[in-house]
Each structure stands twice: as C-alpha cells, then as structure tokens.
Design a protein around this ligand. Structure first.
Ligand code: GAP
Length: 449
C-alpha cells in the first residue's frame, strides 16, 4: 500500500485549516501545534467517537474531567518524579542536545560528530509555580498523563456511583511532556491529548481483561477507518516496560515516518492504587511501591462475597488523540490521479463538515434562500457542522470539500425551484443523484446511522 509523505499531509493541513504551527507569527515554537477550523472538528469527532464507545455504549464505565495542574505528591508516589525521564546527551562540537536512544550510530544528527557527553536522565515533566509567590517553594506539575487523576479520584467515583468490580473510569484531556526532540509533525509534541481508560478488575482476572481490551481497542481503530495493512500489535519487551507495567501491548501504526506507537494497553497491576493508598500494610499489594505517609484515603474495594478489602488491578488502554488524528489523515489522504483531485476519504462520522449546501448561482436570491433553508434543516439534525458554501464556482467547491473530507455536497439549482429536488454528490464516487429535498432529512439520518 502506498504511503503518503509527511510533507503532503502537513501541506494539506495548513492549506485547508486543519493544523498550524503554534506561535507561527513569531517564528513558531517547536513541538507545539494548533488545530484550525477543520482540525478542531476532526479531533472532536475522534474524541466523541471514543467517548461514545467507552462510556455511552457500555454499562461499566464512568467519565471524569480532572485538573491538569497536579500536586507534586501525586507524581512522587506515581513514580514519575524518579523515573519519567529520557537519556539526554549534548554534542560537544555543535552544542546541540539529543535523546540518546534515538541517535543513529551514536552520532549527532546535526553535525555528525561522535563527541557526545555521557547520557544523563532528563525529567520530562513541566513545572509551574502556584500561588502569588514565585520563589520555587510551591510548585505543581502539568500532568504528564491523564491517568493519575483517575487514580486519585478512584474513591470519589466509587463512593458516588456505588460501582463494583469490574468497572472503569474514562478521561480525555491534555498531557504535557518536555520532549527533548519533538518531531514528525503532531506525532511527538510537548502538549497533546490523551484518551485514557483505567479499568479496575479483580487481581486474578487481569490477564483476561488485558486480552479483552487489546482486541477491543484494535477493532475500534479499524472502525475509525484505519486498515489492517497499516496496524499491528507489539508485545513490549520486558526491559522496555514502564515502571508500573506487568505487560504492555502497543497498537503500532505505519505512520508516514515509520511504524510507531499509536496506543498502549498496559496491565498496571495494583501499582498505582497501591502507591497512592494509605495504610499500605493492610493490603496484599503485589507490586513494588514506595512507602506512602501522605495519602489520607484507602483506595480499596470490598469483595461482596467474602467482604475482604482489596486493591484492584488496572488495565489501561491509553491512546494519543494527536497521533490518532495523524493516522486518520494519513489513511484518508488519497490522490485520485484520474480526476486530478485529492480526496480525504474520512469515515463520515469523523468528517469535519457533514454537508456543504451549495447554491448553483450565488447571485440568485431564490436559489440562495432555498439553499439556506435546506442548510438550516440539516443543521437541526445535530450531525455536526453543516455549511452554506456560497463562494461561486461549483467545481472549485467540490474540490475543496473533497480535500477536507465532506462526504456529501447538496447542490441547489434552477430545477430545485421547479420540483424541489436537489443534487447530492458523493465525495468518493463523485456520483450525483437527484433527491427531493423533503426526503433529505431521512436520507441524511440514514446515511449517518
Ligand atoms: N498513561 C499511560 C501513558 O501515558 P504512554 O505510552 O506514555 O502511556 C500513551 O502514552 C499515548 O499517548 C501514546 O500511545 C501516544 O499515543 C500518546 N503520546 C505519548 N507521548 C506523546 C507525545 N509526546 N506526543 C504525542 N502523543 C504522545
């Protein structure tokens, strides 16, 4: 299968308003990107699709939207203060800095010198001060993963919902990492979004649930339009596992720059709840954790049959929203040489614009009014963004909507004024058919079912 180049995707994203370099009017900031009018829709649609499958279509998951600014204690006991680092090296010749584990032939990518410093750990967490005095005494971290606030809120959610095992808590939100070498467009950035589920299970059922979530998440990505040819599962080698993981399977996607992680599904065991709980000795915690003298809450559940209190195990599917967007763009980007056009063949539920209503003559009041009426009717269906495309040339409008992935364009013309019919033009096949505008509502509802 042909792969697109990153340059093609970056160019489309800028041209059509999907993604821009952050702060570009001041020269841009590395590793930071902004989502434009089309990008924000695509990203929101992806997040909504995840939320629907994780929360609305299940009976065993609750949602959460917790804070980004995180108390140091949370990231101390989570192990992030000690272990969340990458090996940093300096090039002694050109003074540039690199991640040692990403160097080819242990030489500087900038000047090719092999005269590098010994690697030293560089913690990836951003710090900021909190309160009116900025003397370094009171600081917080910008969370490096959304997961930790799920663990710290475990008891709050449990007590307010009366859940029993197994159950999960889902969260979508920003995470921050001071990556040494951000690169490959939105693949590795310093500010990004995660979609994370922490699924709490009886300790003895962890392997079963791990398998379940690996399969479920792989199939979900297929449902979003990624193809089996570009996806694979990778068992993370023991020596590469994160400090909290007993086993992790990565969903790998063949991005334009190569095969890399799109999502990780980890068995975090009882590490996190065990680390953050008070009275750790009261429990039979299996993982190696730090002694905690600060927590004021027991993060445990009671077994309904034998009444024993236990610390659940956690299975965590953790996906990157931005990497998801990049994979979807790559998968959808199609060059249709025969018709000299670029088509973004996104699944309709992900398309930034669900329908463009196009008046054939932009100066004809009757046609324009009819188009506005149809657009209003479609907007009321609540499918997402529906717009009136009144910029003139019909051919150009079709090309623009092909490139941003609008699945259907509705054209209003002189015939509409006579018999109330409109043309629906399909993005992928370019086929057009005439439909009575009274039937459009039913047509659209069926199409987006
Ligand atoms: N809570 C587990 C966790 O954070 P991770 O493998 O470090 O695990 C999960 O991150 C996902 O977050 C990754 O699979 C990736 O999609 C995304 N991600 C991680 N670092 C990223 C970065 N610097 N830029 C963009 N996405 C990133």
């Amino acid at each position: 299968m042909a792969s697109n180049s990153m340059e093609e995707l970056v160019s489309l994203c800028k041209r059509r308003g999907f993604i821009f370099q952050s702060n570009d009017i001041y020269g841009g900031t590395k590793g930071l990107y902004d989502y434009g009018p089309m990008g924000v829709e695509l990203k929101n649609n992806l997040k909504q699709s995840w939320w629907r499958s994780m929360v609305y279509e299940r009976d065993d998951v609750e949602g959460l939207d917790a804070n980004i600014l995180t108390a140091p204690e949370v990231l101390k006991y989570s192990g992030h203060e000690d272990t969340f680092s990458d090996p940093l090296v300096d090039c002694k010749s050109c003074k540039s800095r690199w991640r040692e584990d990403q160097l080819d032939n242990k030489s500087c990518p900038n000047c090719k010198s092999k005269d590098l410093t010994e690697p030293r750990p560089f913690n990836l967490m951003f710090k900021t001060s909190i309160g009116p005095v900025d003397d370094g005494s009171s600081f917080v971290y910008l969370r490096p993963e959304t997961a930790q606030q799920i663990f710290t809120n475990f008891k709050n959610v449990l007590d307010s919902t009366s859940r029993v095992l197994p159950f999960g808590i889902a969260q979508i939100g920003k995470a921050f990492r001071n990556e040494i070498t951000p690169r490959n467009f939105i693949f590795r950035v310093r500010e990004f979004e995660q979609m994370e589920l922490e699924f709490f299970v009886e300790p003895s059922s962890d392997d079963k649930w791990h398998k379940y979530w690996i399969e479920s998440r792989y199939n979900w990505w297929l449902d979003q339009g990624l193809t089996k040819e570009r996806l694979e599962l990778l068992n993370v080698a023991k020596e590469e596992l994160s400090h909290y993981s007993k086993a992790t399977v990565d969903i790998i996607y063949n991005f334009p720059h190569g095969k890399e992680e799109l999502e990780g599904i980890a068995n975090r065991t009882d590490f996190d709840l065990g680390s953050h709980t008070k009275n750790q000795k009261d429990f039979n915690i299996s993982s190696k954790i730090m002694k905690n003298d600060h927590s004021i809450t027991k993060l445990s559940v009671q077994n309904i049959e034998n009444k024993n209190w236990l610390i659940p195990y956690v299975i965590e599917p953790s996906a990157g929203v931005d990497r998801g967007v990049l994979a979807l763009l790559n998968e959808a980007y199609t060059i249709d040489d025969k018709n000299s056009r670029i088509v973004l063949a996104l699944k309709p539920h992900l398309s930034p614009i669900k329908a463009a209503v196009i008046p054939l003559k932009r100066n004809n009041e009757q046609i324009v009014n009819k188009a506005k009426e149809i657009k209003k009717m479609l907007q009321k269906l609540g499918l997402g963004r529906v717009i009136l495309e009144n910029s003139g040339n019909i051919g150009k409008n079709y090309r623009r909507h092909d490139e941003i992935g609008t699945p259907l364009c509705v054209t209003v013309d002189f015939e509409t004024l006579e018999d109330n019919s409109v043309t629906i033009r399909d993005r992928d096949t370019m086929k057009q058919k005439r439909v009575n505008s009274d039937q459009l509502k039913i047509f659209y509802e069926k199409y987006f079912e």
